[in-house]
Design a protein around this ligand. Structure first.
Ligand SMILES: NC(=O)c1ccc[n+]([C@@H]2O[C@H](COP(=O)([O-])OP(=O)(O)OC[C@H]3O[C@@H](n4cnc5c(N)ncnc54)[C@H](O)[C@@H]3O)[C@@H](O)[C@H]2O)c1
Length: 426
């Protein structure tokens, strides 16, 4: 049997080891072990072959060093029929036992999506009662399947453009496709989701007196004329371009949110989220990080749109979830930018992804068939040239700032996609 791989250390921007995410602040403890979280996403299914029930194909890879598989289902792959027998979990990940006065009933719309599923993991582990409402347009039940059956968890297939009634204390309203191919697939539906979905959820917040947090976006700044963008900047958006259904949809969603605050006293929070990446991002959604990683892992050339000089800043999912939970529980009702200010040109970023993919492949003993090249193609309409958050407000009022380096986050994400490819689900 091969020796167990040496555990891999994850270091933050100051070079300190990251063993947990979250914090003990605002009078509540929301710290969560990174190992437990990782066991929920790093190996989406722990697959063994029907020919060799005791052997796990990934057992010798560095994935093991990255986190435990304790809370995963051990599904069985049948090579002869290329099929999979899903098994249920024998044990849910441990959740905190909270007294009823502290335990909250939390609704997460869009909770089966990329950001939503990580938020759900965190809220569940913290001991809250979580209801996910999702129409599975871009999300999937598999992202939260490890909670199905848990007494604190409920999943509802529902489209937020229709009203929804539930008793709850907090609403995280995330439901909306977020990647350009998805939100442009049906532009009218995207605007309906942004407007009517937000209207319905704000109506619910008004009736239940729940605190309401909306996941807005840096896209409301459009192709900005000021750098970095502070929350006071009003934006530079093309109202009739192909991205307008999303950008203007989110702008009107913010307008509605503050309308309900002024007129009806709804307790609101607005998170303006900048580019975020991490495991469970839909690999086919056309966003730059997932595109680059999947291309490099498959040994295909990496496509950069434009000359590669446009810049982006990328935030890791755990930093975003920290920021959203901090905002929800703070007194800050003005919009707050949540993003990572480390700016890369897309060309530099492509090189970094290629380097990390090669590092992970070398560590796992994967032989490359060819060297991956970076190729350039024409830039899509209205693609912003520069975008970088000014996160002074988040730092001052939430005491929040990103901890994850892009390198560390990318390594986790590369391992996640690599595991999915080894399972055959990518
Ligand atoms: N990921 C990012 O970089 C980013 C950046 C800025 C803002 N955001 C915002 O965060 C939220 C989540 O983004 P994500 O990256 O997880 O996207 P995602 O597409 O993975 O998740 C969106 C979820 O909403 C669901 N949904 C869409 N329309 C719905 C409807 N009408 N009714 C019910 N459910 C619906 C989808 O099925 C999916 O599960 C979005 O509101 C997005 O605008 C994300």
């Amino acid at each position: 049997m091969a020796a167990a791989p040496t555990p891999i250390k994850t270091l933050d921007k100051e070079g300190r080891e990251i063993t947990s995410v979250g914090f003990d602040r605002f009078g509540f403890d929301c710290e969560v072990s990174l190992d437990v979280l990782r066991s929920l996403y790093l190996r989406p299914h722990y697959i063994v072959s029907a020919n060799d029930i005791d052997a796990a194909p990934l057992a010798n890879s560095q994935h093991v060093a990255f986190g435990s598989a304790e809370y995963q289902s051990k599904s069985i792959f049948h090579p002869d029929t290329k099929s999979i027998s899903y098994t249920t979990l024998s044990r849910f990940a441990p959740v905190k036992l909270l007294p009823p006065s502290v335990r909250k009933r939390i609704l997460v719309t869009g909770g089966a999506g990329f950001v939503g599923s990580h938020l759900v993991d965190r809220l569940m582990i913290l001991g809250h009662e979580v209801t996910v409402v999702d129409n599975f347009f871009t999300g999937s039940k598999t992202t939260v399947s490890h909670w199905i059956g848990h007494p604190n968890f409920e999943m509802v297939r529902h489209d937020v453009v229709e009203p929804f009634m539930i008793e709850c204390d907090q609403i995280y309203h995330l439901a909306c496709p977020a990647s350009p191919p998805h939100y442009q697939f049906n532009a009218v539906k995207t605007i309906k989701t942004s407007f009517m979905g937000t209207l319905n959820m704000l109506g619910l917040a008004k009736r239940t007196k729940a605190r309401f947090l909306i996941s807005s976006t840096s896209e409301i700044y459009g192709d900005p004329e000021v750098h970095p963008q502070t929350e006071d900047y009003w934006g530079h958006v093309n109202p009739i371009g192909p991205r307008a259904c999303y950008d203007e949809g989110k702008r009107v969603a913010e307008t509605l949110t503050y309308g309900f605050q002024r007129q009806d006293g709804v307790d609101v929070r607005v998170a303006r989220i900048f580019n975020t990446y991490g495991p469970r991002m839909n690999p086919a959604d056309g966003r730059v990080v997932s595109n680059f990683i999947v291309q490099a892992l498959k040994g295909e050339d990496m496509t950069v749109y434009g000359d590669g000089k446009q810049t982006r800043s990328f935030q890791y999912i755990h930093d975003l979830v920290d920021g959203m939970i901090a905002l929800m529980n703070s007194d800050e009702s003005r919009p707050v930018n949540i993003g990572n200010g480390d700016e890369f040109t897309i060309g530099e970023f492509a090189e970094l992804v290629r380097e990390i993919v090669e590092k992970v492949q070398d560590e796992d003993g994967v032989k490359r068939t060819r060297s991956v090249k970076i190729i350039y193609e024409p830039i899509p309409t209205d693609d912003p040239q520069r975008r970088r958050p000014d996160t002074t407000r988040a730092k001052e009022s939430l005491k929040w700032q990103p901890r994850w380096t892009v390198r560390m986050g990318l390594e986790e994400m590369v391992r996640y996609y690599k595991a999915k490819m080894e399972e055959g689900s990518l």
